[in-house]
Ligand binder design. Structure first.
Ligand code: NAP
Length: 481
């Protein structure tokens, strides 16, 4: 068998049909650049076809009784669960995650789909007291939530399965049609999710997963007037471009961050080290919630830094499919070179490299820095790589001020035994979520999730996405006099 014939030629899921195309995109394993599959490079015509078919899909979806939506979502969850090791291997091969990280993502995807099934039965409205307005005494009514229509979902490479499930699950629970455009680096996991829905009996045309480059199919999806909502997860620059192009439609924007963690004198230092090391280097730092800046109060700074560096040095970087690997490569060598250049900039500006800093191919060592000027990219931009900077701060106020002194605000962590300090941080941190005695990257799939400032607009987390993907319809009966 030649190398060529070992490469899987995957089809894409276009309005319920599995189709091939002559134009192909290669899916490569970032750790050795080996070719693992090809997928169709969809054309603008393919995307327009998906949208056309989704109009009918929306009709079918909105007419599906709730019990059928629930059953389909539960069957899809069961399918993913029954094939969890295949899903995990796919995530680990096409993306950056180690097999252990990938298994966690699969467990969360099952959870996301099961929560979607549960939330489908909780699409509530409420009655309205129309008689609060003089002259409206003889009126009675209520509102209920109805599906928004066709949703365009655009997803990034770093959680290639569960982030897609966070859009597809609520969209189907609400009775919408949805077209997914996955990241070109990691389309296989999204296609496998479509497979789960196909097996679960989702009527054709409700879901499409259209593989291709945004330069060819992005505008067709984003600007089409029949697509009523774009649910985007990705970088700030891309998010802004989509917002500008989209026109009159709903936009969900789940963007990046450079999340802070605050460690106060009264914190349990070893717990804080354990949580923030994992938070900084999970998925090789390619995590929108990853810990990037740590503000440690002066009295415990030296001890925290020593323990953090010692723990980081134990991190095993290597092959993603090995059970004892802690951290894999970045998504490609280009991204790894970018991160390397940002580390170099910080060193040139006087930053101190405490450990790591080296790159080999797409691998960047877990890197810890101190005394980095706050104008450097590794502090003020989103690194999206395995680099963390630690700062010494005199007090909580300074830590909060520095934490907020960036253009992002997704989540933050604070480690303290003092309730007043914890509440002060909760109130003053400019973010979408504060984790007390935990890293910024703590998340469960049922909680509201999203950011402020450059980190986005709107919230995901199944019930919250369901809300965004529906609109209220008001009904008012005028009684006979
Ligand atoms: P990205 O470069 O912004 O790409 C994300 C997706 O957008 C890809 O599918 C990309 O496709 C598509 N895209 C790019 N330009 C487009 C356009 N003009 N119109 C339509 N689609 C377009 O992000 P990434 O590098 O894959 O992911 C990393 C980013 O995602 C980080 O900033 C991270 O923080 C963020 N993220 C946020 C969350 C969250 O929930 N808040 C979660 C995970 C990741 P092409 O590649 O074909 O252009």
């Amino acid at each position: 068998m030649t190398m060529e014939t070992m490469v899987k030629k995957s089809k894409m899921y276009l309005a319920g049909q599995w189709v091939l195309r002559e134009n192909l995109m290669e899916v490569r394993d970032p750790q050795d650049d080996s070719l693992i599959a090809t997928v169709p490079a969809a054309s603008t015509a393919d995307m327009l076809y998906a949208i056309e078919q989704a109009k009918e899909g929306f009709k079918l979806s909105s007419e599906l009784p709730t019990h059928e939506r629930i059953a389909i979502l539960n069957r899809a969850a069961n399918w993913v669960d029954a094939h969890k090791e295949d899903y995990a291997e796919t995530i680990a091969r096409e993306g950056s995650k180690t097999i252990k990280e990938a298994r966690k993502e699969v467990r969360r995807c099952v959870e996301t789909l099961r929560i979607s099934a549960e939330e489908a039965r909780r699409l509530h409205g409420e009655t309205i007291a129309f008689d609060q307005m003089p002259g409206s005494e003889k009126r009675f009514g209520y509102y209920y939530r109805f599906p928004i229509g066709i949703i365009g979902a655009i997803t990034p490479f770093n959680d290639p399965l569960n982030l897609v499930a966070h859009k597809v699950g609520p969209a189907i629970a609400a009775g919408n049609a949805i077209i997914v455009k996955p990241a070109p680096a990691t389309p296989l996991s999204a296609l496998m999710l479509a497979e789960a829905f196909d097996h679960a009996g989702l009527p054709a045309k409700i879901l499409s997963v259209v593989t291709g480059n945004a330069s060819e199919i992005g505008d067709a999806l984003v600007t089409h007037p029949d697509v009523r909502m774009i649910s985007f997860t990705g970088g700030l620059t891309t998010g802004k471009a989509i917002m500008q192009k989209g026109g009159l439609k709903k936009m969900g924007m789940e963007l990046g961050s450079n999340s802070p963690a605050i460690v106060l004198n009264d914190a349990n230092i070893s717990d804080a080290v354990e949580a923030t090391v994992s938070g900084a280097f999970w998925a090789a730092g390619q995590n929108c919630l990853g810990v990037q800046r740590i503000y440690v109060q002066e009295a415990v700074y030296a001890s925290f830094v020593a323990q953090f560096v010692a723990r980081t040095k134990l991190y095993r970087m290597g092959s993603k499919l090995e059970e004892d690997t802690d951290m894999g490569p970045m998504i490609n060598e280009r991204e790894a070179r970018r991160v390397e250049s940002w580390i170099q900039e910080a060193v040139e500006q006087g930053g101190e490299l405490l450990c790591g800093g080296q790159r080999r191919g797409a691998f960047v060592e877990p890197t810890v820095m101190a005394n980095v000027p706050k104008t450097c990219k590794v502090v003020k931009e989103e690194v999206f790589g395995p680099v963390v900077t630690i700062f010494s701060v005199p007090d909580l106020d300074t830590a909060i001020r520095e934490s907020n002194n960036v253009d992002f605000g997704l989540q933050a962590g604070i480690f303290t035994a003092n309730l007043e300090h914890a509440f002060t941080a909760v109130h003053k941190l400019d973010v979408g979520g504060v984790m007390v005695n935990d890293s910024s990257d703590y998340r469960i799939d049922a909680m509201p999730f999203g950011g402020v400032k450059g980190s986005g607009l709107g919230r995901e987390g199944v019930a919250f996405a369901l809300h965004e993907m529906t609109e209220p319809k008001v009904v008012c009966f005028q009684m006979s006099k």
